[in-house]
Ligand binder design. Sequence first.
Ligand code: FCB
Length: 483
Amino acid sequence: MATSTSVPTTGQDPDPAGALRFPADFRWGTATAAYQIEGAAREDGRTPSIWDVYSRTPGRVRNGDTGDIATDHYHRWPEDIELMSRLNVGAYRFSVSWPRVRPTGCGPASAKGLDFYRRLTDGLLEKGIEPVITLYHWDLPQELEDAGGWPARETAYRFAEYAGIVADALGDRVKTWTTLNEPWCSAFLGYGSGVHAPGRTDAADSLRAAHHLNLGHGLAVEELRERLPAGTEVAVTLNLHQLRPLTGSAADADAVRRIDGIANRIFTGPMLDGAYPADVIEDTASVTDWSFVQEGDESLIHQPLDFLGVNYYSPTLVSHHEGPAAHGADNHGASDHSPWPAAEQVAFHQTPGERTAMGWTIDASGLYDLLTRVRRDHPGLPMMITENGAAFDDYAGPEGEVRDPERIAYLREHLAAVHRAIGSGADVRGYFLWSLLDNFEWAYGYSKRFGMVYVDYATQRRIPKSSAHWYGEVARTGELPMR
Ligand code: FCB
């Protein structure tokens, strides 16, 4: 629940026309990730990542889709920057492909790979668009997976080295950096349920992976701080789950606590508070003894951050469940293996309400609750919405136009929730719409369209949807029209 802070009276009042005004320095951005848009999978020395191998494995990705070509952004980036510029986008969050800039994961850096990102950032800066880097959006070099992947401690050190390489190449021009994107997905979908690359299914390994992702984050932040000019922002992006109990029972409250532990506090604990929560360690004792956490690791992970990146799509509804394991609709894809270690006694439910093409319930109050919770639990920590958006079954009409009123409604509701959270005292600095372009939606391949710009994959033609024009106006004016 919101704490009772007085609502700021300057800069955020609804204007007479029914628009909500955002703070003047609020950043209006859009986001993508390398594997989802770049293509050029075998070009300029890039080696396979776990997603190349996974997507080429029959049965893993819908329709056998891969990121080999994707939206061909590796070649079409000037056009994509031009598009962003026309749409008044002020900031662009993209990820650097590790196997493109350090092929094999541990060898020498690739000059060609780094040059691509130099050209891209220079192109953005020329148009006045602020580049925001994500260092890891899930594309671990396959050679590092073959050497053990994230369950292996060494991977954390390789990640920090890679962070240093990118910092040396781009630190003079990029002022905002995040280490990991959604480490929960990397650990628990990648090594627990196996619905993401590398597709392994071992609960103990998923917890080891979570720790080594945390460690990689801490080591990378150190590396970045050493190399980047003072004043550069360094952060991490988490997909914090906004959890709700099915009933008011004590057992359901405990189900919320348990999932909150392995969804959220397993990351925020060491990253923001300097220690793993005791209940998380106890809850998972049947799966692991946590001996992979070495002396000093937690303080290494606990680095000062300039903001927390928050990704939000939909809330999660849980209840206590007696009897055999009940793992059901939790929005994270179907598998015989649960992504939730030692949580057999928790059942997941579909939250009521309208859904997107992903089947995810549309509920902007979850975003408000999440932002006010972070504010309460971590006072003084600024936040950035690094992803929010929705997939719908968009198509081009007879005149080549793409109308997506559902997406406009989704964005409006969620931005209003952000505005309300700011009014309640949450220090939210910006919003990045997921995504600039329709793209490779992981295990769903190209079947789900999240873009504000439609991509005709046969021709690679880009068509801004009506939501892109709408969002461009919001970005230009800093005002959210409520009708
Ligand atoms: C997030 C991912 C992003 C995209 C959206 C829909 O979990 O970070 O790459 O797939 O979901």
